[in-house]
Design a binder for this molecule. Structure first.
Ligand code: GDP
Ligand code: MG
Length: 175
């Protein structure tokens, strides 16, 4: 329709990270402002779109969600093809999901464009009393690896929009 004609850019963004960290819920919070309590694990690759204005440009974010292929090396290179940004998500209450972040970075470095902008996301920030991954530790890791970083809650919505906007802004700087 009308808005479609004025789109300046389409940015492909992929969401990756271990199973059950909240990837699908973060995406649905951003794209539809929804959180679904009894979400089933995603079947089949899917994407959602949201059009936003950044620096006066109309940008359509096309955000891809994994299809329950979160096992190591199971995500195919087609998923990464053309991606300008990545949301790499872990769960602040599950140490192992953070320990696997380095593998996901490796995956991105080998399959995605070298210029891909990566945002590390510590999700489930609402579960404060179950936290095992400390913010300072993640901040340091992100700095070492050259990643942007945010902690979010798909449940409350905290920082979800700002994390996506930051990622899209950074992509907009390099396109
Ligand atoms: P995915 O496998 O990474 O796509 O994870 P899902 O989005 O399907 O979420 C896995 C589980 O974590 C579901 O039971 C969600 O309801 C729950 N979940 C996701 N995000 C949050 C969050 O921010 N806070 C809390 N408390 N639960 C969440
Ligand atoms: Mg999912």
């Amino acid at each position: 329709e009308r808005v479609e004609e004025k789109i300046d850019y389409v940015f492909k963004v992929v969401v990756i990270g271990d199973s059950a960290v909240g990837k699908t819920q973060i995406l649905s919070r951003f794209a539809k402002n929804e959180f679904c309590f009894d979400s089933k694990s995603t079947i089949g690759v899917e994407f959602q779109t949201k059009t936003v204005t950044i620096n006066g440009k109309l940008i359509k974010a096309q955000i891809w969600d994994t299809a329950g292929q979160e096992r190591y090396r199971a995500v195919t290179s087609a998923y990464y093809r053309g991606a300008l940004g990545a949301m790499l998500v872990y769960d602040i209450t599950k140490r192992q999901t953070f320990d696997h972040v380095a593998r996901w970075v490796e995956e991105l470095r080998s399959h995605a464009d070298t210029s891909i902008v990566i945002m590390l996301i510590g999700n489930k920030g609402d579960l404060v009393d179950q936290r095992v991954v400390h913010t300072e530790y993640a901040v340091e890791f992100a700095e070492d690896q050259g990643l942007f970083f945010s902690e979010t809650s798909a449940f409350t919505g905290e920082n979800v929009n700002s994390a996506f906007f930051k990622l899209l802004e950074e992509i907009n700087k390099v396109v």
